[in-house]
Write a protein that binds this ligand. Structure first.
Ligand SMILES: [Zn+2]
Length: 473
């Protein structure tokens, strides 16, 4: 078993970390810090936050160590006995994938702050987190507690890295149940929204998604919301939780309500699509280096499309609001990246190069917004070709059965084959135009929408406009 201990020095934004690795058969250990975090497919620089690294043997004698790369500390251990490492992690990143420590909260994403041994990824873990008497904890894991610490038994390092936690006296918890799944909504910070309405709408959203897939992958699920002092909109998905950082000037105002629902719907959809239904290249995650993959239009594009669609279809928002959401997606894609030199497959691969910045003009479209548009086009084509009997829902269910439930990763070819199977005919032209090249997909979308009584136009100022001729969904 590997043991992790966390304590905090809030005035200095410091998390103090101690790890005990069990005895081993190596004369030296290459102790890594993750090079990236799931949900953000680019290299991170967590190592810059490490200070005061030390290593000791089982008798508390210091061990020699040196760094061998940006994320690797090589510790000499000729006795091959257990090794303790201690360091501090400077925690000032208040976003949904970061870590932040101050007098109000100790918020940690272990994938930032926890060193690990790649050869022990599957070993069980015990995590102990120091607490004060009034501290509560928000986490997707089962937590035991005694007087001065929370104690969490964890299956392996993958599970550790997938579970952020918030420790604070100022945590509020709302609970609800949908189709035998226990949901919690944790709040840290001030919100000016009606929580009864929130629970009612989240119930609709969860119910719709669970029905779509036929089951929920987990026994429980935790929405965790931190309202920051700065203006922010960010969410990160995990197997049975999501971390959301949303709000402005220390409050989540009522006019952010639909943003909160949209974010929650998107992240919940990831509980199937990426937490379980995962590309073969990311199965399992390799935290030591880049994990290149081509299919982010499925992981993020399909999820973006469904995140908004579920809001409407479940009744959480009305048609007018849904049209607004679609227009936003269309604007992001057509006004900024209608034609690009890269296909969305290339852009997905290059997430590790420039995926989260504007990038070179004319090069790429977003895996999120173009991904959502190509998902909608695919949905419309399948519905049309099957007389409305089949849709992208059928594709998602097959992906869940074949890959999500089994833990086998999917390839681009697998996705193509499933889509064509559901469609009952070749989709070569669709994949050519929408996925494998960078040309405009405007005409294709506009013609499919026209058949549904919806007009999509570029105005003279190159702005995208959507209007419904006959409400027909
Ligand atoms: Zn996402």
């Amino acid at each position: 078993m590997i043991k992790y201990f966390f304590s905090f020095d809030s005035s200095k934004h410091i998390a103090e970390v101690q790890i005990i690795f069990p005895s081993n058969t190596k004369n030296s250990l290459e102790i890594n810090l993750p090079a990236w975090r799931p949900g953000r497919y680019q290299l991170q620089n967590f190592a810059k936050n490490i200070l005061n690294f030390e290593a000791f043997d089982g008798s508390n004698n210091p061990l020699e160590w040196r760094k061998t790369s940006r994320n690797v500390w090589k510790v000499e251990n000729e006795s091959q006995r257990e090794v303790t490492v201690k360091y501090k992690y400077y925690s000032t990143e208040l976003n949904a994938g970061g870590s932040f420590v101050d007098q109000y909260l100790n918020y940690i994403n272990p994938v930032n702050a926890c060193m690990f041994l790649p050869e022990l990824m599957d070993s069980p873990i015990q995590l102990q987190i120091s607490k004060t008497e009034s501290d509560k904890i928000a986490s997707g894991l089962t937590v035991n507690e005694d007087k001065d610490k929370f104690i969490i038994d964890i299956k392996d390092t993958y599970e550790l890295f997938d579970n952020p936690f918030i420790v604070s006296p100022y945590l509020e918890r709302l609970e609800f149940r949908v189709q035998n799944v226990d949901f919690s909504f944790w709040i840290h910070g001030r919100i000016d929204i009606d929580t009864k309405q929130l629970i009612a709408d989240l119930t609709k959203i969860a119910d719709y998604q669970i029905t779509l897939f036929g089951e929920f992958p987990e026994k429980n699920y935790h929405f965790m919301l931190i309202v920051p002092e700065h203006t922010y909109y960010h969410g990160v998905e995990h197997a049975n939780s999501t971390m959301m950082v949303l709000g402005e000037n220390g409050v989540l105002p009522n006019n952010y309500y639909n943003d909160l629902l949209g974010l929650a719907s998107h992240e919940l959809f990831h509980a199937w699509n990426i937490a379980k239904i995962r590309p073969v290249e990311l199965t399992p995650y390799d935290f030591t280096k880049e994990n290149y993959f081509e299919t982010c239009f499925v992981a993020e594009g399909f999820t973006t499309y469904y995140g908004d669609k579920v809001l409407f279809e479940s009744g959480a928002i009305d048609q007018k609001q849904y049209i607004k959401e679609l227009e936003t997606t269309y604007r992001r894609h057509f006004e900024e990246a209608n034609e690009t030199s890269q296909s969305i497959l290339e852009t997905s691969f290059d997430l590790w190069v420039d995926g989260y910045e504007k990038g070179t003009p004319g090069k790429k479209a977003s895996v999120y917004s173009k991904g959502a548009v190509v998902a909608q086009i695919l949905d419309l084509i399948i519905k049309k070709n099957t007389n409305q009997e089949k849709s992208l829902d059928n594709v998602m269910r097959i992906l869940w059965d074949k890959f999500g439930k089994t833990g086998i990763g999917y390839s681009y070819q697998d996705v193509k084959a499933i889509c064509e199977d559901v469609n009952g005919d070749s989709l070569e032209e669709y994949f050519n135009i929408c996925i494998e090249s960078g040309g405009s997909i405007f005409e294709l979308l506009a013609s499919l929408l026209t058949e549904k009584g919806v007009s999509l136009q570029f105005t003279a100022s190159r702005s995208v406009q959507l209007s419904i001729q006959t409400p027909n969904h």
